[in-house]
Write a protein that binds this ligand. Sequence first.
Ligand code: AMP
Ligand code: GLY
Length: 424
Amino acid sequence: MKVLVIGGGGREHAICSSVKKSKKVTKIFCAPGNAGTAGIAENVNISADDLEGLMNFAIDNAIDLTIVGPEAPLTAGIVDLFTENELKIFGPCEDAAQMEGSKIFTKNLLKKNNIPTAEFGEFDSEKPALEYINNNKKYPVVVKADGLAAGKGVIICQNQQEAISAVNDIMVKKEFGEAGSRIVIEEFLEGEEASILAFTDGETIIPLPPSQDHKRIFDNDEGPNTGGMGAYAPTPLIKPDMLEKIEKEILAATVNGLKREGITYRGILYAGLMITKDGPKVLEYNVRFGDPETQVVLPLIKSDIVDVFLACIEGKLNEIELEIHNKSAICVVMAAKGYPGAYEKGREIKGLDSFEGREDVMVFHAGTKKDGNKIVTSGGRVLALTAVDNTIDGAIKKVYDEIGKISFEGAQFRHDIGKRAGKY
Ligand code: AMP
Ligand code: GLY
């Protein structure tokens, strides 16, 4: 089989690595890929947003299976386009991808199906939003742009003044562009966050080991938010009985709710949850693999992942017995100096060779590219070192024992990834 992976981050490098383990696969392409994917796939210089270009490439190269990494092509309808052209593609159709593309769509679906989530109001103009804030007594409150805002359209407001400014920034100043022409204002939930990624074909749901992202740039969850500085799985925050409850009352309730709207969800359904004192509540849905959660959940899958992708597409997920290693995985992101603000590029990365061929410690590239014989930094999140071990403590020790082998000027990473596992 020939496989095309769309995207160019750490998540896509991890997807390519898992696909490569399949005996069915003879060739992998990655569009546009990075210096890491270049080692196991052929990088193709087509952007993840160029739907027509990707489709023509898939037709011309007789691609048997395409896997979509990022959300933008999904919300733009890449799955519908490929499917109309009889190409197999893993991911939800455009209607289903609204689950990430519109917070208002998701909040209403959750409410209609009694799925636990924060209380909210939805607004398409400033005046009623300000009235709602005027009547609101409880702070903090969360103001969110409805559409895709590259993970930035969420503002946590500590008081009325901040909430008024947030509405103004999003709806009047249009800081997130058209994504902010509608907004959600919602109750602030207290608790611990977890990510549940699940395979589904619209009928059967198979959750992957629960994980936790670490969004802030500095240790102890300090400093500004980032795309994610590290993750680990499975997290003991979600015990097996809670996972069962999440599967039934949240994931299945969502997939069935969508079905009643005439939408079959096929692909990865990623629930961002807050585990509150009243139980798990949905913060958001993403319609794709998480980054960096993918870098820790995929190495824990023992089964041939290509079989799972195909079963989701063909509506045969009930035939899959997903085998998971009884191990833990952790990944620590190394980021460029300045990230998440303006960051440096073009710094040579040294020490990558020492990880070649290893399965217990892997480097997943994100913002890297080849420059002659060198590999240099080309993004904010540069790479993630992932370690697998029998226990989370073992995995933590392994990753931090080895991370010093990789270096580039200005590299920054957190020293406490996975540490919070110890408190649950
Ligand atoms: P979202 O894109 O909706 O997941 O929001 C991004 C981040 O903002 C989440 O991962 C949470 O850390 C935080 N957040 C969003 N909504 C809430 C909420 N209702 N209560 C508390 N924190 C929230
Ligand atoms: N880990 C956050 C995300 O993938 O959106």
